[in-house]
Design a protein around this ligand. Sequence first.
Ligand code: ADP
Ligand code: MG
Length: 255
Amino acid sequence: MSLLQVTDLGKSFGGNRAVDGVTFEVAAGELLALIGPNGAGKSTTFNMVNGQLRADSGSIKLDGQELTDRKPRDIWHLGVGRTFQIAETFASLTVVENVQMALISADAKLYSLWKRAGDHRRPDALALLGQVGMKAQADRPCSVLAYGDVKRVELAIAMANAPKLLLMDEPTAGMAPTERNELMALTKRLVVEKNLAVLFTEHSMDVVFAHADRMIVLARGRLIAQGRPAEIRDHPKVQEVYFGSGKTFEKKTIA
Ligand code: ADP
Ligand code: MG
């Protein structure tokens, strides 16, 4: 049985069927890309899985447990993590303090987020930073980090709760191609080492084809294809949605 099972998922905004009968699975140890043109329903799908949005219809099961109608915090506790951008308020904290905050929050201790983390869970935070190659920069403020390094810290923060499934909606937005590839290679390493399931969206087809184990493709709320990158690259429906008929991914166009 797959870790995540999404069945016939639906969500409308007014008369707009943003997600229309979508069915897919994600296995533990799998890096699955969700692609599709703007407005295809990718973020809406993510937000139903993490509980930010309530599904109109269908089912979302993690390890066989139904997630629809649960609160975001409960879904997070059950093992669905997501990457967040480090907020302004946390940029002044050091790298390791940011990860300590995430660990403290995962402990559900009654710490005020406005207090400094002190030494609380510092060794665990350093271990997480080691996994994303950021231990050497642990005591620098996040505000001085290179953009690609901030993204690594965001990944460490998302790992603080030891999620079974990690959702990454456009994790490489704003990054240069080299940084994009590095972040996805790092993510892939975590997928393998921790048997983690990752569902991510990404605009660069080069990055998706290079790193995803499998892909699913949405267009206007509907799932139009799924398969291995090589299968998707040659899929006529996918090429039509992205480029109109007769054109292909050869152009490596960004969606
Ligand atoms: P993607 O992430 O693939 O670009 P979205 O899931 O954000 O697509 O959007 C899917 C469709 O749902 C779009 O037509 C979008 O305009 C619409 N939509 C998304 N969120 C809302 C919302 N909160 N209210 C109304 N319409 C929305
Ligand atoms: Mg989106």
